[in-house]
Design a protein around this ligand. Structure first.
Ligand SMILES: [Zn+2]
Ligand SMILES: [Zn+2]
Length: 91
């Protein structure tokens, strides 16, 4: 039994098979999720079982909401208030 390509769902034959990220891909289907640049075992970056090129690999800074000083202050306040109201006297 030949596995199915994780990108196009067609059968992957051994000659064109790429086994990566616990899945099988056609060589041509193993490409960056964003720009579709064809990747190989050497230059791909895996993220959540999807291949990305170096430029589009989702870095944590892209998804995290930036902690502005104001945000941090609000976070700290709500934390203190929900835990121990008496800790407010420390401020
Ligand atoms: Zn494919
Ligand atoms: Zn890319």
């Amino acid at each position: 039994m030949n596995p199915l390509c994780s990108r196009c769902n067609l059968v992957v034959y051994p000659t064109e098979k790429v086994n990566c990220l616990d899945k099988y891909w056609h060589k041509g289907c193993f490409s960056c999720e964003v720009c579709k640049m064809t990747l190989n075992m050497k230059n791909y970056k895996g993220f959540e079982k999807r291949p990305y090129c170096n430029a589009h690999y989702p870095k944590s800074s892209f998804t995290c909401v930036t902690d502005t000083p104001e945000n941090l202050r609000l976070k700290q306040q709500s934390k203190i208030q929900s835990q121990r109201p008496s800790a407010c006297s420390l401020l």
